[in-house]
Design a protein around this ligand. Structure first.
Ligand code: CA
Length: 233
């Protein structure tokens, strides 16, 4: 499968550099320097990944990210010159799948993009057929990459999917944040604890009936998270 990536970056040189790196990696690449055009491109057809600079001339990158998220669950890797903690967290809370601060090495960016494209699937063979949890409240069809909650299909980002799939491998077993980020992304980086928290927060918004009182993805104090329902037999 050839991946299609959209690079949204207003610096011409950087845009061209990223294009050449992704093309060398065998991807189909669209580029634009405008947030409005990026949204138009995303509505035209499915993309496997969007690399989004937050500092765009026409629209705030955060707004572009929010709108991209409303279209579907296309993975987004955010680029920013702003290295402040609050900006990083804001991007992750909006549901970015990864975050790279400028200046960065294009080679590393491509590696991170590839990690996202692997869709955060934990190691091991995907399970055949849907698995049901908590009296059918939660159904995960790993093979077809689908999740339904109370009979309703939900769209998850790759990171949310990876976290949920990991927890569902062994219901009830607590996973630390460190473990989750490692299993899901295959590497660890600064700020991973808050990153995992942000993704779990977004995941709960999508799958919990009352996100403030979660029953599917439970917090294990001082450690991390676990799946709070058993697998149905
Ligand atoms: Ca910029």
């Amino acid at each position: 499968m050839v991946a299609t990536v959209l690079v949204v970056e207003d610096e011409y040189k950087l845009r061209q550099l990223l294009r050449s790196y992704f093309e060398r990696d065998g991807m189909v690449v669209y580029t634009t320097g405008s947030g409005a055009e990026a949204l138009a491109i995303s509505r035209r057809g499915p993309l496997d990944l969007v690399v989004l600079d937050l500092g765009l001339p026409d629209l705030p990158g955060e707004e572009v990210l929010r709108e991209l998220r409303q279209v579907d669950s296309t993975p987004v890797l955010v680029l920013t010159a702003r290295s402040e903690e609050k900006d990083r967290i804001a991007g992750l809370e909006l549901g970015a799948d990864d975050y790279v601060t400028k200046p960065f090495s294009p080679r590393e960016l491509v590696l991170r993009a590839r990690a996202i494209l692997r869709r955060g699937v934990p190691n091991g063979q995907p399970e055949r057929g849907p698995a049901s949890y908590g009296q059918g409240n939660l159904v995960i069809d790993e093979e077809h990459h689908r999740v339904s909650v109370r009979g309703q299909e939900v769209e998850l980002t790759p990171t949310e999917w990876g976290i949920l799939l990991t927890l569902a491998r062994t219901p009830g077993r607590p996973y630390s944040r460190y473990e989750l980020i490692n299993l899901v992304r295959g590497y660890e980086y600064e700020g991973y604890e808050r990153t995992v928290n942000s993704h779990v927060k977004n995941l709960r918004q999508k799958i919990e009936q009352e996100p403030a009182h979660p029953v599917l993805v439970e917090t294990v104090l001082g450690l991390g998270y676990r799946l709070g329902v058993d697998r149905d037999r």
